[in-house]
Design a protein around this ligand. Structure first.
Ligand SMILES: [Fe+2]
Length: 639
């Protein structure tokens, strides 16, 4: 809800009146000099670069250009074998505009398998930072290393886990299991007073432009930007990329007064495909994301969508209808995804079959998590029975969503000692490794910790779980070789952005052909002679360098005006690097100032400034944003 003082009506020189906008700034307790809201050296590629979905001959390259004015922008790209981008192997140009929120996505092809490449973009006379990526290998592969991450709630903590990934040179890719963004309002779910950083826009995100601004806000985070810069991501969404506990026809966190779910979902997914380095799994179906990616003879990744592909609605537990719960037709994956997964698994000749999955697959007793596989027991049993009937070895399920560490064996009935031996692991059909959150709340933040007692209690009644840790944040490294698949957990501090430490918290492995977990003695060694990092700073640009007299230019970043055209209201998404007097005015096509929307000193920060346009005549306007000596003009069409 807008504060009352934001609704003051302003008289304008042209005699029209408009509502004064609602101005929001994210407040941070921490020293703003360490992290500016944006890095002017990156202009116009403030959101950095990213890559993803590597195949043996191609990889998705991504960036976002922020032009000085609303216009189509031509963006050139190139990919090379060296960090200096001299040995260029492919390149081209692409156009972008407001219709895709100035994002750029290239499927760069003609590449060699198992090769590290460096790439960059050029637009408006300037170069982006250089990204580093790696294609999937073909044929015989001795070893692979992936980072596995999920659940990055900006409001809950700093992204130190992403920063540590950016410092690892030997990863083949980062598997992101979802909750890349969170949809809540500022101060809502997961907001931490101790951390003191909210997000933009301030309200719960509901439409395409809201989701775009939230994605933009996340990608201005320097730790996330650095992780994307150094590694390809293989990402799937979980629920918060749309709304909490979503399923194809709704979500727990979607109410009738928030508009039609179909519209919200379509906006969220359009923004996701614009802003994420993901190759659409089906060009004809922009809601499909489940897909497989092969890494030679060593691994095949099966990235699932347990949210929007075919999930039946979560049951209500008050009271729980157990005939519905155990209905053999009840499905989490949906028929077509289940058929696809089992057919792909049966056909795969890869040694390790890695299932990238959102929700916990292992069975819990004592309570039923109706949002996880426990809420869909018949389909889980059908999948495990399929592994059993196929005598399929080396299936590793990697899971996100629950913000905590779990390691376990997957058996059809782990509580039946005649079918599963908790000491030897006999009877297990696969293993499950669960990544903690990058920053989203877990037990100690939600309920007060530490939770050693509860962890002991849970281990005592779950013979198949070997490790449960409910308080820490970070990620695990999945290290694959011919002999074993090992997961090594690393924990970080999310409350202090200057704390660069990480702690090795333990490793678990499954030996080839064994299908159950055992404790590892030490973390798997890092790879020697890993390829060079991409340089942190952008290459020197040949044109349009900031002249000494132009230094004022770098204080203001206008990311965009949304929506454009606008009907009822428009939002100006901008950032200030230092405190400035900010003036926002609307001018009409003949140069008259029709509305002075804001005229006040503002602290440094990222803003979403929303103003009413419903009283304006339809036509073309110009939004002048002045901060100190710098003026940025964006056209705005009012309908
Ligand atoms: Fe989450």
């Amino acid at each position: 809800m807008a504060p009352a003082h934001a609704q003051r009506r302003l008289e304008t020189p042209a005699g029209q009146t408009v509502e004064q906008g609602q101005l929001r700034r994210y407040h941070r307790r921490h020293d703003a000099s360490r992290r500016s809201p944006f890095d002017e050296r990156l202009r116009p590629f403030y959101h950095g670069v990213a890559s993803g979905d590597p195949l043996p001959d191609r990889v998705i390259l991504w960036t976002r250009v922020t032009p000085e004015e609303e216009a189509q922008v031509e963006v050139a790209w190139r990919i090379a074998t060296d960090p200096e981008l001299v040995e260029v192997v492919a390149g081209g140009t692409s156009m972008t505009d407001a219709g895709r929120d100035y994002t750029v996505k290239i499927d760069a092809s003609g590449l060699l398998p198992g090769t590290t490449y460096y790439y960059g973009f050029t637009a408006l006379g300037r170069h982006s930072i250089t990204g580093r990526t790696r294609t999937a290998p073909l044929g015989g592969v001795a070893r692979l290393r992936f980072a596995v991450v999920a659940c990055a709630n900006y409001q809950q903590g700093f992204f130190n886990g992403y920063a540590r990934l950016a410092e690892r040179a030997d990863l083949d890719a980062v598997l992101h299991l979802g909750d890349y963004i969170y949809e809540y309002e500022e101060g809502g779910f997961g907001y931490s007073d101790e951390v003191g950083r909210g997000h933009e826009p301030e309200h719960e995100i509901l439409d395409l432009d809201d989701y775009r601004i939230r994605h933009s806000f996340y990608k201005l985070d320097p730790d996330l930007r650095r992780a994307h810069q150094q590694h390809p991501f293989i990402a799937v969404w979980d629920d918060h990329e749309t709304a909490n506990n979503s399923w194809p026809d709704g979500a727990q966190n979607h109410q009738p007064n928030e508009g039609r779910w179909e519209d919200r979902k379509a906006g969220a997914l359009k923004a996701y495909f614009e802003w994420m380095p993901v190759r659409p799994a089906d060009p004809l179906d922009d809601t499909r994301i489940f897909r497989s990616i092969r890494y030679g003879d060593l691994a095949e990744l099966f990235m699932l969508d347990t949210r929007l592909a075919g999930r039946q609605q979560q049951l209500d537990d008050s009271p729980l209808d157990s005939s519905a719960l155990f209905d053999p037709a009840r499905t989490l994956l949906g028929a077509s995804q289940y058929e696809w997964l089992t057919a792909q698994l049966a056909a795969s000749t890869a040694r390790w079959k890695i299932i990238g999955n959102q929700v916990l697959m292992g069975q819990l007793t004592g309570f039923t998590n109706l949002d996880a596989w426990d809420g869909y027991p018949a389909e889980r049993d059908r999948l495990l029975a399929f592994l059993e009937a196929q005598e399929m070895d080396n299936t590793v399920v990697v899971t996100g969503d629950i913000h905590t560490t779990w390691v376990g064996d997957l058996a059809r009935d782990p509580f039946d000692p005649t079918g599963y031996d908790e000491t030897t692991g006999a009877g297990a059909l696969a293993v499950e490794f669960v990544t903690p959150s990058i920053s989203s709340a877990n037990f100690d933040e939600l309920f007060g910790g530490p939770s050693d007692f509860l962890e002991g209690l849970l281990l005592g009644v779950h013979p198949h779980f070997k490790q449960i840790e409910l308080d820490s944040h970070g990620y695990f490294i999945l290290d694959l070789g011919a002999e074993a698949a090992q997961a090594d957990w690393f924990y970080v501090n999310i409350y202090d952005e200057t704390d660069e430490r990480e702690t090795f918290a333990g490793g678990w492995l499954t030996r080839s052909g064994m299908n159950h977990v055992e404790a590892a003695e030490a973390p798997a060694p890092t790879k020697s002679n890993a390829p060079a990092f991409a340089p942190e700073d952008p290459p020197i640009s040949t044109a349009m360098e900031i002249a000494p007299g132009q230094l004022a230019r770098g204080e203001l970043l206008v990311v965009g005006v949304y929506p454009n055209p606008a009907v009822h209201s428009a939002s100006l998404h901008f950032a200030l690097r230092r405190p400035e007097h900010v003036r926002v005015s609307l001018y009409d096509a003949i140069g008259r100032e029709v509305a002075r929307l804001l005229d006040a000193p503002q602290p440094a920060g990222v803003y979403t400034f929303t103003f009413d346009v419903s009283s304006l005549a339809a036509g073309v306007y110009f939004t002048h944003v002045q901060a100190g000596k710098q003026i940025v003009v964006r056209n705005l069409i009012v309908r």
